[in-house]
Ligand binder design. Sequence first.
Ligand code: PLP
Length: 407
Amino acid sequence: MNRPAVKVRNMHTTSMESVQQKESRCLLQNYSRYPLVVESASGCYVFDLDGKRYLDMISGIGVNALGHGHPRIAAALAEQAARCLHTSNLVYHRYQGALAERLCAMSGLDRVFFSNSGGEAMECALKAVRAHGRGLSERKIRLVALESSFHGRSFGALAVTGHPEYRRPFEPLYPEVTFVQPNDEDGLAAAVSEDTAGIILEPVMGEAGVYPLDDGFLRRARELADRHNALLVADEVQCGLGRTGRPFAFQWSGIRPDLVVAAKPLAAGLPLGATLFTEKAALSLPAGAHGTTCGGGPLACRVALEFLAVMEELLPHIREVGGVLREGLESLAGRHRVITGVRSKGLMFGLQLSVPGRPILLRALELGLWLNCTHETVLRMLPPYILTREQAGEAVEILDRALTDLN
Ligand SMILES: Cc1ncc(COP(=O)(O)O)c(C=O)c1O
């Protein structure tokens, strides 16, 4: 059989303009990208088409938590890719149970369901909450969530996301949601009733601009959930899995949620979501109640086991370098009046600005620093856990120059 000749294109002749043109013709125009085409990456740096280097302080929004090309991740990935990529959940493979066991040991919860993203993991938690409530009473279907929260883009996750502008085009959504201001204990107490099936919160609110919830608020949420037989859901998609210097952010407060939702860095860059359950919460989703084709496949689970092992070793480093970066950013705030606050937990940072963040971000990008802006006036950093003290200093120095240039 004659095959048509395959034209091999030299990737290095690609320009930013040609990449942009192709995307603008053929892709759904739902993203507003920064002017950077990532061609390769190594450690805490990414490189563009011209070989220019950028310090990566956002890690693909908290996903590349071990940086780029980590040797242990690359080795596990290559080995497993050659052995077996996918099985489906019709049969067993050796890594899914092993990974669930590690996550249970780290979190103190009892069971795990694997999916492919944070949104999906959240969806599973919401189904468990709904089934829990319905199992007790027809009316017990109400949810309590927080203003300014973010839980994903699927219909369920959107319904508990505290941004009316994200929800509005897709309404009517799951209607029985009451939103409460973060850290408002009295507001929470007033919102939770016998009809509440679940309370949903992020222990550190990421998209909102990196707001750690008070330990007292988290404990009150636990107490109210117990009193009204509701399930407490901690969405740790952004703040979990080492980001705050502990395996899970809820662990700083001493509470134990009924459900924990995790994803982003779990498989160090491969898609993998996890919903963790207490034994009680797990009763809500018996055989046949939920499922997925690709979730928990051997490739992602094998890599995730490696990720967790490295992450645990890095926890003291995350706390230490997080402190160094915080000091640097506080000193920056002393020199630049547009920075009105520094919020952080471990290696999760929000720099509150009195001006829009995008021009600063774009200038920093020109100078070789990649960070992100959330809520228009918050510069967010979610650097890789392997960030060194020197690289933390480099980030502060470049940001200093960007702020000075725009002054
Ligand atoms: C707290 C939180 N929950 C859920 C999600 C949704 O995760 P995904 O984008 O993987 O669906 C995100 C994404 O940023 C998140 O930050």
